[in-house]
Every structure is written in structure tokens, then in C-alpha cells.
Design a protein around this ligand. Structure first.
Ligand code: ZN
Length: 277
């Protein structure tokens, strides 16, 4: 019994370290509205870092629409922008990609909403796809409906073959390090995947993520200041590790991370983010 509890705790700790999404909290500084000039540099980890030489994902493209541009979070490493543009071509037959938060112009901690997304390698994508161009209202205040029904399982009205194909396309791409999805989404995909299961490994269950999935690409080539996430556990992650997410323990609120346990901001980011003192 004690062994089982220890094993569960290990799983939880491993999951927490892996997701490194941190606690959303208010950043005391101001967000600089323009990118830091010069070459592209993703510095630090996704949950504690910054970004130089960012490029903006255009508001609209042949197969994507960028949401909530007023947030000014449509920035990323050029590698991320190229990745989104390429994936939108690959998944174009399904519909238009709806792209939510990426990074702030210089990355860094966000004023609200995310612990990660700090180095320009993260992008949130809606499970929902669009058929055509968005109106200004749809872009500024998009419907963010959970794809889960009241029973906690994917609802067929909002989750179907297109969503499966969309997530599978992203999870099958070698540029992707990991993807965070709601545990119920992972479970549904585990049950329907059949024999082709290698892509499931990149899907990591995490709280939330019922209206969008969070894609993290690998550190861009040659960027040695970029700290990758921990290696993925072996296997498709459909067994015991996934079962934990449906226990009472997983349903309990997470204790907040005390501020002292946060690692210091990488030195190079202090200049880029204009942190004084
Ligand atoms: Zn995200």
C-alpha cells in the first residue's frame, strides 16, 4: 500500500517537472511591446526564460487564423512560426487552424494565463477548426468551448475524426517535443489509436487543455541557450500513468509553488526583458 502511494507520488512529481507549466501568476514588470532585435535566441526553459529575435505569426494565412491579437502574444522563435505555417498546410484539408497564445514579443513571464510560453517554442491551438475567415469579433473573442461533455468524455458534437487527425498530425511531427492535452482527450486517443501508437508518446496529460492543446517544439537547432524539457517516459503513456489522472488525488487542487522555489531568471534575459535591480 505504501509502495503504491510512493509510486503515485513519483508519477505526480515527474508529471509536474515535465509539464513545467508553473502557476499562472502576475508578473510585476511591464511587457515590452516589441521584439528584442538581433538573431533568434530561445533562452532558458519554457517555464523560465525569454526570447530574442522573435517573429510574428501573421494575423491570417491560407490555412490559419490568429486569435486575440490584442494580447500581443502572436510571437515566437522563427522556427515556431515556420512550424505553424507548415503544419497549417499539412492539416489544411481539415479546416483552418485557430492559433491562440504563443509568446510575448520578448517571451518571459506572462502577465496572466500561463506559467510557460516564455521562450517562443510554445503555441496553443484550438481543437476547433474554422471553415472560413473570422470576423473581427470572432477573432477578438473566440468561442473557447471545452470539447468534453458533462460526463467528462469527449463530446461528439465538438470532438470527432477531424480533431483526432489534427492532434495526430502534430504529435507525429519530429519537430514537436511534447503536447499537453486534457487526460480525457489522451484516454480517448489511446482507445482509438489502433496499432500505430508511436505518436501517443508525445501527448502528455495535464490539467485544463479541454478547449485547446499546447504544442511545444524542440529547441531550435543550434540554440544552445535553450533548455529542453526532460525526456519523455518510454511507451505510449496509455497505462498506469494515465490512470492516475482519473483518481481523486489528481482531482485535488494543486498546492501553489512557493516563490522561493522558482529558479532565478537566466542572466541573459535580464537585459532582454529590461529587468532592473
Ligand atoms: Zn499553452
Amino acid at each position: 500500500m505504501r509502495l503504491a502511494a510512493a509510486a503515485l507520488l513519483m508519477l505526480l512529481l515527474a508529471a509536474a517537472a515535465e509539464a513545467a507549466t508553473g502557476e499562472p501568476f502576475t508578473f510585476p514588470g511591464t511587457v515590452i511591446p516589441t521584439p528584442f532585435p538581433g538573431p533568434a535566441r530561445s533562452i532558458g526553459s519554457a517555464a523560465n526564460g525569454c526570447l530574442a529575435g522573435a517573429t510574428a505569426l501573421p494575423l491570417t494565412g491560407p490555412n490559419w487564423e490568429t486569435l486575440r491579437p490584442g494580447r500581443n502574444r502572436f510571437w515566437g522563435s522563427p522556427a515556431l512560426v515556420a512550424f505553424i505555417e507548415d503544419m497549417s498546410r499539412q492539416t489544411g484539408s481539415l479546416g483552418k487552424l485557430l492559433v491562440a497564445d504563443m509568446a510575448q514579443p520578448r517571451g518571459g513571464r506572462m502577465t496572466f494565463g500561463h506559467g510557460s510560453h516564455q521562450t517562443g517554442v510554445d503555441v496553443d491551438l484550438l481543437y476547433r477548426l474554422a471553415d472560413g475567415p473570422l470576423s473581427a469579433e470572432e477573432r477578438a473573442a473566440p468561442a473557447m468551448d471545452s470539447v468534453l461533455g458533462t460526463d467528462g468524455k469527449p463530446d461528439q458534437a465538438r470532438w470527432g475524426a477531424k480533431q483526432t487527425a489534427l492532434v495526430k498530425a502534430f504529435a507525429s511531427d519530429r519537430r514537436v517535443e511534447r503536447i499537453f492535452v486534457n487526460p480525457a482527450i489522451k484516454r480517448a486517443l489511446c482507445l482509438t489509436a489502433g496499432v500505430d501508437r508511436g505518436w501517443l508518446r508525445r501527448l502528455r496529460p495535464w490539467w485544463g487543455h479541454a478547449d485547446h492543446f499546447h504544442v511545444r517544439i524542440r529547441c531550435p537547432a543550434g540554440q544552445t541557450e535553450c533548455i529542453p524539457g526532460p525526456p519523455l517516459p518510454p511507451g505510449d503513456g496509455c497505462g498506469k500513468e494515465l490512470d492516475w489522472w482519473f483518481t481523486e488525488e489528481a482531482a485535488r487542487p494543486k498546492p501553489p509553488v512557493p516563490p522561493r522555489s522558482r529558479p532565478p531568471i537566466p542572466a541573459a534575459c535580464r537585459q532582454i526583458l529590461e529587468i532592473k535591480g
